[in-house]
Ligand binder design. Structure first.
Ligand SMILES: C[S@@+](CC[C@H](N)C(=O)[O-])C[C@H]1O[C@@H](n2cnc3c(N)ncnc32)[C@H](O)[C@@H]1O
Length: 257
């Protein structure tokens, strides 16, 4: 049962997570101060205003299922409250984009554009490319980004299995990626492998929902063990992967957030 898996790992997280006072690595300490410490920001207020507009909406959206081609109705308010990244974690994406100053940001799983909104607002000179299978959701995301007044997002419609390899070959380098689409073990590992030839020492990959299911946790454990991965940071909801060449030994931190 997924719910027991999540509860078990949540308590484990509370037990093992370190506060900033116990971080021995200067790099991770700086990362903590810049990315995990919550600070008010007008851009966050703007996205919160957009979120509450969606939360109050009575509208439905027709979403076409990638596998069956069938359409089904989904409430916009439900996509905001249950599908999109929660505000606390969206803010991590915002601060990551601001701190890392990435040129190319890739997101897998646009939905109604909330997480890409945080990424785009975090750094308006970054190019944010977001991939989604449903054209109805992409259209809704465009509207959401107009509301936020962001103009640095590019949308790629279609099955990520097809669109991601073409995009990566074109971009040649990825500085920051947020992986939040197909939540199966194999898909998650495939996405990770796809990014590997295009990352550099300062690239950061963020995996959502690493404790959402046993499968996702298994994928996360495999990713942590990969020889190219030099540093991992966990904040329960997200697993953050870094490839820092400076790290001779592989390190892993679970951080209180
Ligand atoms: C959890 S939602 C993304 C939420 C979004 N990142 C946010 O926080 O606002 C996952 C999205 O991935 C899309 N998706 C899943 N598998 C896909 C695939 N193979 N190709 C394209 N899109 C896919 C779904 O249509 C869904 O909209």
């Amino acid at each position: 049962m997924k719910i027991f898996h999540r509860i078990k790992h949540f308590f484990r997280y509370l037990w093992v997570a370190q506060s900033k006072y116990y971080i021995h690595s200067p790099f991770v300490y700086q990362f903590y101060l810049n990315v995990l410490e919550r600070k008010p920001d007008v851009a966050i207020d703007r996205i919160n205003a957009g979120r509450s507009f969606l939360a109050k909406s009575k509208d439905f959206i027709y979403q076409t299922d990638l596998g069956t081609g069938k359409s089904h109705q989904r409430k916009l308010s439900m996509l905001e409250s249950q599908v999109a990244v929660r505000p606390k974690y969206g803010e991590v994406l915002f601060r990551l984009a601001r701190y890392l100053k990435p040129e190319n940001v890739v997101e897998l799983g646009t939905s109604v554009g909330i997480s890409s909104g945080y990424l785009a607002l975090g750094n308006d000179s970054a190019k944010v490319i977001t991939l989604e299978g449903s054209k109805e959701l992409t259209a809704q995301a465009r509207l959401f980004h107009q509301f936020l007044n962001v103009s640095n997002v590019t949308y790629l419609e279609g099955n990520i299995n097809n669109t991601l390899p073409e995009l990566l070959a074109d971009l040649k380098q990825v500085d920051l990626a947020f992986i939040d689409s197909n939540h199966s073990k194999q898909a998650t590992l495939n996405y990770f492998e796809s990014f590997l030839p295009y990352v550099h020492s300062n690239s950061v990959l963020v995996f959502d929902d690493i404790y959402w299911s046993a499968e996702m946790t298994e994928a996360w454990m495999d990713i942590k063990k990969h020889s190219d991965v030099k540093l991992t940071l966990e904040i329960y909801q997200f697993g953050i992967v870094l490839f820092r060449k400076e790290n001779v030994e592989r390190e892993s931190f679970t951080l209180r957030y």
